[in-house]
Design a protein around this ligand. Sequence first.
Ligand code: URA
Length: 192
Amino acid sequence: MAELSWENLEKAVSACRACPLYRGRLQTVLGRGSRSATVMFVGEGPGRQEDEQGLPFVGAAGKFLDVALESLSFDPADYYIANVVKCRPPMNRTPEPSEANACLNFLRAQFALVRPRIIVCLGSVAHTNLVSAEQSISRARGQWILKKGILFMSTFHPAALLRDEQKKLPFWQDLKQVRQKLDEVKAQTGAE
Ligand code: URA
């Protein structure tokens, strides 16, 4: 990729043919939210509505996430939302490891541009690619991991909560922790 800038990243992503997923996309889906956010949420990949609108998490799972964030008084200026892969997998299947790998440099570029202090992995694809391939999401969720100065937290994917009510409470508890940590981090940076 050329020099790191949002403009260059947008161009590179929308022209990308690095894996077969480009064949099925209507458009690429880069991210939404504040580009100077303290928290980044990372999902799996676009679904049908995201592919149509060019924005992540705008379908049922996204609406659920938005309501949860609003209920916990997250300020939209504080978060940015992206996915591991930028093109919709066929039939919304899980992206293959090779597809995730082909796309990860774009996510890394987003991290470098946004410079979040906290990254929340939504579901096992984000968790596996960003935190650890060893532990399942059910075991790993809710724990803070510090990597290269960034705090990572993994939790369930919002779509999983729509299928399994029992995941809602732990998800809520995890987001509450993120909300508290956001306040702490902001208090620290304000004091620096
Ligand atoms: N699921 C995801 O992981 N990402 C989206 O953008 C939408 C649904």
